[in-house]
Design a protein around this ligand. Structure first.
Ligand SMILES: [Zn+2]
Ligand SMILES: [Zn+2]
Length: 247
């Protein structure tokens, strides 16, 4: 039996109609993880050690900055900077040696190797994020649960059959998980069904976004908007995932 901490939110989301259930779940877990990082985690030594070590990505620093608790944020930043500077210290010797290094036609100073290793270090830093880690882990569990319940819980299968697939970003994530979660015969049943849902979703959006463009022609000024009015944002979110806030 799959853990209820994952099955309950999945079932709840599938009771509502939305553009992409995984976007809704992701938004929720992201919000909880940011709140945790600035709240209860302050008292968790293991989390603090890892947070000091890894830090956060730009998107999640921005979300942390939106929160009123600036002291927690400053404590997180202060201790992360200590760790970051320790790691940069490890490069200090080789960087300062460059000013004395000799190079010539056949002899390289090693400066490019150092810039490459500084690039690798900084690149890892900008992709290492405690919130992303938690979100990625939880989203994999949610997808696992969706695929599991589709084949074991008829009441969930019915909800899924009435849903309209995922945004293209989460469609990608679901496709990635299919080989890990389903048998070959289950995948043969699931993939065509999901593919069909995605196509239908895009067909509807295409119609709406096309009608939106037609409304800009003065000859169509009396044409009713229908579902076209919010077609640009719905199309963007169906392609790239949810960007509007539900709060
Ligand atoms: Zn999505
Ligand atoms: Zn992040």
């Amino acid at each position: 039996m799959k853990e209820q901490i994952y099955t309950i939110p999945v079932n709840e989301i599938y009771d509502k109609t939305c553009l992409c259930p995984l976007c809704e779940l992701e938004e929720r877990i992201e919000k909880e993880s940011v709140e945790y990082a600035l709240g209860a985690a302050m008292m968790e030594p293991d989390f603090r050690v890892e947070s000091n070590e890894r830090g956060y990505c730009k998107k999640h620093y921005a979300k942390m900055f939106e929160k009123p608790n600036k002291l927690s944020l400053a404590l997180v930043l202060d201790t992360h900077l200590i760790e970051l500077r320790k790691k940069l210290d490890a490069h200090k010797k080789s960087v300062s040696a460059l000013t004395k290094a000799k190079s010539g036609l056949f002899k390289k100073s090693g400066a490019f190797d150092i810039s490459n290793s500084l690039y690798d270090f900084s690149d890892k830093l900008s992709h290492d994020c405690m919130v992303c880690k938690k979100v990625d882990f939880t989203m994999e569990r949610y997808i696992d649960v969706i695929l599991y319940m589709y084949f074991t819980k008829p009441e969930f299968k019915e909800k899924f059959d009435n849903s309209n697939g995922f945004c293209m970003e989460h469609f990608k994530d679901v496709c990635k998980m299919i080989p890990k979660c389903l048998s070959d015969s289950q995948a043969r049943e699931f993939i065509p069904m999901l593919f069909d849902k995605q196509l239908k979703k895009l067909d509807t959006l295409q119609e709406d976004i096309h009608n939106f463009t037609l409304k800009f022609d003065y000859r169509n000024k009396d044409m009713p908007w229908g579902n076209a009015k919010d077609a640009p944002i719905r199309t963007i979110e169906a392609l790239a995932g949810k960007i509007t806030k539900s709060e």
